[in-house]
Design a protein around this ligand. Sequence first.
Ligand code: SF4
Ligand code: SF4
Length: 168
Amino acid sequence: MTNQIIKKKSKSYLEKHNGKIPLCPKNNCGFKCCQFQQGNYIVLYPGELEEAKAQNKSVRHLKILVKDRHGGSKAICTASNTSSCDNGYKPLDCAFYPLFPKVGNKDNQINWFIKGIKCPLQISELHEHIRWVLIQWNQLIQKKPLLEKWLYDVRMIGYEVVNSITVD
Ligand code: SF4
Ligand code: SF4
């Protein structure tokens, strides 16, 4: 499939779901991705928090644990209404969950993923989401090339490597 077709498909998916996975409510998973009792955290890419604040989005529900050397952050979320993020900013890491991207060492493109193990969804159920995440992250990296170094360094808890993801 050409990049153009992937982009077109992802655009229509974004328009429909804006990162929300239609299968989530049917899973009765208790929205585990918004829980942080297992030492896990959200990561915010360098500049993400500042961009959200500049857009007047509330980040009060995000409790920053530590800043990394690139300017990114680790945070936990204290929102009481997780379906609306307390009407505040939803980090990209949350929008893209259960996937997190990794960059290849040759072309600086995202070409593989790790997947959150607490999410019951199977990779076979995530094809549209994968397409969307792939396009969004590659666009972000093209705009902000320094993010590539951050992606190399950032460490996630509670993820497993997904060996083969095909975008068909
Ligand atoms: S920011 Fe929103 S999606 Fe992310 S953990 Fe908090 S409530 Fe859940
Ligand atoms: S992404 Fe996974 S863990 Fe989060 S609400 Fe959907 S099914 Fe549940």
